[in-house]
Design a binder for this molecule. Structure first.
Ligand SMILES: [Mn+2]
Length: 278
């Protein structure tokens, strides 16, 4: 069962219930990243009925003017084509693209969630989906900044400033983040297990997020946490197996790790939470 399966010729049972990606961090200058997601969107409708994008699709999205950037045109066309061929594409806001609005999404076939966190049943498992910054409650500076930046007035301002200004502000935020994030001690970028447990206690059996840019799978008494690998590194995504008889008959593993243009393998099994002892 651990044998790799090529993603471009899926055997019939390997039609999944859902595909999950996070942290694509696309910019107009990232031609390889844009091409990789475009290719993924070309293949995705044959593999699953729905795709979840758990935030930070764009490295920075401020005003919606980004929709007119020529560098994004092939990607946005690929989103429209995937949606037109039946793929339901859902987006949850990340910390870099929370200004990607429902109108921005609707224009390209993406359903943008109004909530930061969503409950859904994926492959038969009640699942809480979110970007993941909400689970880093040890980072007090970030949580305070987030409350200000996402307030109504700050969002309104970002959308109504003269066009050049938001981009300049965005570049400054990006530079600040590039300087500060590597310096943050590991504890502040650590997912707090109690935050995961709180969401499992609310009824989810699995919590899925991204944000910290490392694949992790924790086993907790009430369920599990799955942290998606960052798509921006190697084009990795996770596929959730469905409940159709063929899959059940083969006892397919429920979660698979894929790479665009590469192998699809069962996800490593869950371990004890990181941060408990390290
Ligand atoms: Mn993030």
């Amino acid at each position: 069962m651990t044998e790799a399966v090529a993603t471009d010729v899926p055997p019939a049972p390997l039609r999944f219930a859902a595909l999950l990606v996070a942290d694509l961090h696309l910019t107009p200058a990232d031609a390889p990243g844009l091409a990789r997601l475009t290719e993924f969107l070309r293949l995705a409708p044959a593999h699953a009925p729905e795709l979840w994008i758990l935030g930070d699709l764009f490295d920075l999205w401020l005003t919606g003017d980004e929709r007119a950037l020529p560098a994004f045109a092939p990607l946005l066309a690929a989103f429209r084509a995937a949606a037109a061929s039946g793929l339901v594409i859902r987006f949850l806001p990340g910390n870099r693209d929370f200004n990607f609005t429902r109108a921005d999404g609707a224009a390209v076939g993406i359903t943008v969630s109004e909530q930061e966190e969503v409950d859904a049943t994926l492959g038969g498992t009640p699942t809480r989906l979110l970007h993941g910054d909400q689970l880093l409650t040890g980072d007090h500076g970030y949580q305070a900044l987030k409350r200000v930046v996402r307030s109504g007035p700050a969002r309104w301002l970002a959308r109504h400033l003269p066009a050049a200004l938001p981009l300049a502000i965005g570049r400054r935020i990006r530079r600040y983040s590039d300087r500060v994030v590597p310096r943050k001690e590991a504890g502040r970028l650590r997912i707090v297990a109690a935050e995961v447990e709180r969401r499992l206690a609310a009824g989810a059996r699995r919590v899925v997020c991204g944000h910290v840019h490392r694949l992790e799978r924790w086993s907790l008494p009430a369920g599990e946490l799955l942290v998606l690998p960052p798509f921006c590194d190697r084009g990795e995504f996770v596929a959730v197996a469905g409940l159709e008889p063929a899959a059940a008959l083969c006892a397919l593993p429920p979660l698979w790790l894929g790479t665009v243009g590469g192998a699809l393998v069962p996800l490593p099994t869950a371990t004890a939470p990181r941060g408990a002892g390290d």
